[in-house]
Ligand binder design. Sequence first.
Ligand SMILES: [Zn+2]
Length: 725
Amino acid sequence: MQPFHGVGGLLIAIGLSVASSNVAAQTRATLATADTAVQVAAGADAPRLVSLTGRRLSPWQNRGEETLPPWVEREGKRLPLHWKLVAGATVVSPHRVAFVYETSEPRLQLMWEWEERAHFGPVEHTVTIRNRSGIEVWLPVFDSLRLAWQIPESEELRSLSIEKGAGAPTDQGTHVDAVGPGYEWTGWSSTFAHPIPGRPREIIPFEAVFDPTNRGAGWFAGIEFSGRTRITLSRKGTALSSAIGLDPEPGPVLTRLVPGGAFITPEVFLGTFTGGPDGTGNELRPWVRLVLGAPRTWADPHYPLTVNNSWGVGMSINDAVARGMIADASSLGFEMFHLDAGWFRGVGDWYPDPKKFPNGLVPIAEDAHRHGMRFGLWVDWSQAGIDTEAGALNLHDPKVRDWLVADVGPDWKPQDFKGQTIDLGVPAAREYAAREVDRIVTSDHLDMLEHDGYLVTQGCTRDDHPHAPPDPAHMQVEHYDGEDIVLSSNSTDVSYHAVEAYYSIYEKLRRAHPGLLFEICNDGGRMVDFGTAAHGDYFSITDSYDPLSNRRAFYDASYVLPPAMLETYVDKWPTPHPGNFVYELRSGMMGWLSVMQNTSAWTPEQHEAARRELTLYKERLRPLIRDAQLFHIAPRPDGIHWDGIEYWDPARGEGVVFAFHGSSTGETEHRYLLAGLEAGASYHLHFEDGSSRDMAASGLELMQEGLRVVLPQPLTSEVIFLTKN
Ligand SMILES: [Zn+2]
């Protein structure tokens, strides 16, 4: 079978074949993009993923059978389920294949679906179970996707996984592991990044496996969901197995299916690639942009914006300081003023502090607009506090107390900007939050809404919420970073409901305010996943703001997410020499740039340098950050040695290399082996700071001998533009 016939080509093969273990006829179908094809089969009792094929790659054969939920609980009794194919309900269209199964007692319907939403890149998969009976049942949650590839016993394999930046990037961040015999790995993701003591740093919920000896060819999978999920990968004999879906620990995880209600597994994507880790990124990132990204956001040529953030003055922000920051930032060329924490009356009381902003925020928003800037605002809208003014979310209100994940003591007090999280999975709490964010966006004239804090909870002590109740015998309350995290068998289900509510709030808000931008902060770098990529416009990728942390977080996340979505905050940092200042700025200029400093305090020389860098960003770097391929052309930054990133846009014939010289005094020059160029083509090189003269070089030279950059001073940088002659 040859599933590929040109870009955007599709081939749907529907045939009848006889499975060896089953005499019933099977419907087979193939769903294909230009890069990935899956063949699926509908057996009488269960569907099956048969194979995955990549462009010019031999197929991976899946030898696992899909295990449909074997039982549900009803009125405390476990009922075995016998699933049967409803052949007449099968859907095979150019963009979607769906097989439907049913059980008669109790009456449940299962839809097993594969979908193609772009002509290139991966395909997506979900399973939906509906309760067609008149009685509530409890369903054991199951994986979104299980893979069991048949592999040659001797094949050399590597895996790629990427950590979240969270509080600060760890020393590794990007993991390329040898997947040898007996290999076993699990990666976890939630909105907390450190949910369970003893677990390693969480990952962006994604995995890739490739053969380094065969053009770096492989497959990748990821989860479009922000709740508690995990991915496992193991190799045993001739089987390479992976389970992708909701975190089953602590278990057993059950979810409620009310009559007429449905459970949908977190959507997963599955694709193929060549070219190792950078190959997977260059395949995945354009797909994330097209399929998950907001079309209106990407249609704006100013995206990603350049931002000045008020946290440079911390909680001491007020009307006069904000106006001063806007005036100076606009003179430098910043495009948005972002008012961070410190503007509000109190936690859960999201009204301007009358002492700081006696006329409210509208005059500040309008001042930004007059200066040609947009206006963004920090809110931690799922937090309750103790303010008693009208409009405040007070957790002593009995209604609000019922929304909390756990009771608080009588003397409980919020921190400066951290309160107690409400469970958004409770319909009344979700409705409050939806109204509240809409009010804030409307009344404060926002162009951008940032959410911070641990907005989506996991684990809850309540037994009267829509999620499963906790298991009182196995319930542990962890205090993490000012949050109560309840660990029990309901933790995953609580996060499932809260995430669904969070998505519905933002979908509604986006419909009501087209063009409004959403920043996903979540205490910095903790909610970086493909579910938020589909509901927000950019991520704060780490909560540490120095040049090294910013470059490390960017190095990691840029493997799997569009760089335009990857925001780093550039904080004050010692810059004794002018070159150090530019190095500091450029460490945040490879993706979305937010400068978290009071620029009025900069020297005239720093003003001049920042103005030049912002012009460079907007005119030359931003088009490449939006559209170009990205290559990691140096080891991950360690702050000591050299590091760098290459962008190359084959369509424009243009690219750029960001070169950073770390703190080492001995290494005054470095050679970067470039990627993605044509060996026989000639390229013009322009060194933006004039550290070397402009020159021409062939693609072969640049890829084999390298691009030589000379920077004698430590903690300095250069930006080198490449143009194909
Ligand atoms: Zn709850």
